[in-house]
Ligand binder design. Structure first.
Ligand SMILES: Cc1cc2nc3c(=O)[nH]c(=O)nc-3n(C[C@H](O)[C@H](O)[C@H](O)COP(=O)(O)OP(=O)(O)OC[C@H]3O[C@@H](n4cnc5c(N)ncnc54)[C@H](O)[C@@H]3O)c2cc1C
Length: 368
């Protein structure tokens, strides 16, 4: 059965056997059986075969595959959202409340809303992946996090087998984290309610991050317009140019990457001081939880920027990005990531934490 009702063009859901799993690292991966959800309503999700599939803890939720490492190339069962619409719920003089379905590309949503002159998402341009995955790690870039714009998230609670409407506070957004991430395996995010603005923020256009001042000056020179007249779409395009000068292009086939591969470690102030004495040039940034050290700097000091081992390596443009040049496997890639971690650990006694989710046989068993 595939959930098609008489007279209906697209089925509410469908099954695919032996499905190739797209991922931006371009590692080989397949699902033995995949459930594709075209409709995200209660009626569809409570159909016995759909509900059973979602309740099974071995079913893995996947979006665009831009934050996963398929260490194990075969997954037994997966679920994917194909519903990808957005619409306006309310529109007032200065605010737009919209809803986006989980299967939509986040970058597409950013561009389509920016093109209408709405402010709020433009700094998130060029981040790959789906709207449904974005609240997971509260995606962020250039000083903006998705959680800043979220009104609510609607998700399927796989433990309880019911729809849940979570207000922004219930989502417990933090730096690259959320309730959905800490309760991994429990949620299937279906829809996100966002609040955007029709007027620019006070500091428009924000340029506090490296590369943005120069990019803005270039834009002004080309257009002859004052900075304050930059549209949200022009800002999104500027962010795109700056990002593409530093990061691999996730739309191109190779090299594959998963963006920043390690979290920036946070150490205690006393440990930070000891490290600064030993490594006088070490950049350090005080944060609420301690002192943050850029993981990219540590990798660079370990002399690994641009280092390549066969079909895998560290990007020569950005030491925090590990790359796959094609033809390798998730296992080889994971071993290389472990090699990078070990080098940093040997030199600085700091354990780097991997940002993307590594999908192994064991991680499947753990959820079982
Ligand atoms: C070149 C590049 C640049 C990047 N830049 C940034 C950046 O600037 N900022 C940033 O924050 N991230 C960045 N990322 C990481 C990535 O884009 C985000 O984490 C993105 O949200 C992942 O979306 P996805 O659909 O690809 O998720 P996937 O990789 O498919 O899945 C990631 C995780 O989310 C879960 N998941 C997926 N969909 C759902 C759903 N509907 N409900 C519940 N759980 C779900 C999966 O189970 C998995 O645990 C970058 C990645 C790349 C490759």
């Amino acid at each position: 059965m595939n959930g098609t009702e008489p007279g209906q063009q697209t089925p509410a859901w469908e099954w695919r056997e032996d499905m190739a799993l797209e991922n931006t690292l371009r590692l080989p991966a397949h699902a033995s059986r995949a459930l594709i959800l075209h409709r995200l309503d209660n009626e569809t999700l409570t159909q016995p075969e759909v509900a059973q599939w979602l309740a099974d803890p071995t079913t893995r939720v996947l979006g665009g595959g831009s934050n996963v490492v398929f260490v194990c190339p075969w997954l037994e069962q997966t679920v994917h959202l194909a519903a990808a619409k957005w619409w306006v719920e309310r529109h007032s003089a200065d605010r737009v409340d919209l809803v986006a379905e989980g299967g939509m590309g986040l970058d597409q949503l950013v561009r389509e809303t920016a093109a209408r002159g709405w402010f709020g998402l433009e700094a998130l341009a060029e981040i790959p992946g789906t709207v449904g995955a974005a609240p997971m790690q509260n995606v962020g870039a250039y000083g903006v996090e998705l959680g800043d714009r979220v009104r609510w998230v609607e998700a399927w609670d796989r433990n309880a087998g019911c729809l849940r409407h979570l207000d922004r506070n219930d989502c417990r957004f933090g730096y690259r984290s959320s309730r959905f991430k800490t309760q991994a395996g429990r949620w299937l995010i279906l829809r996100v309610g966002l609040a955007l603005s029709t007027t620019p923020p006070a500091d428009w256009p924000p340029t506090a991050y490296p590369g943005l001042e120069d990019a803005l000056a270039e834009w002004q020179e080309t257009t002859g317009l004052p900075a304050a007249e930059m549209s949200p779409l022009a800002y999104a395009e500027m962010i795109t140019r700056v990002r593409l000068s530093k990061l691999p292009d996730w739309r191109s086939r190779l090299p594959g990457s998963a963006g920043s591969f390690f979290h920036n470690p946070v150490v205690t102030p006393s440990r930070a001081q000891a490290l600064a004495e030993r490594w006088p040039g070490m950049p350090q940034f005080p944060v609420e939880e301690g002192v943050k050290i850029p993981a990219g700097w540590l990798i660079e000091q370990a002399d690994l920027r641009g280092y390549r081992d066969g079909a895998v390596g560290v990007s020569s443009r950005h030491a925090l990005v590990l790359e796959h040049y094609g033809g390798s496997s998730g296992e080889v890639f994971a071993r290389f990531a472990e090699f990078v971690r070990a080098r940093v650990r040997d030199i600085f006694a700091i354990d780097l934490v991997v940002e993307p989710e590594c999908i192994t046989d064991r991680s499947l068993a753990e959820r079982g």
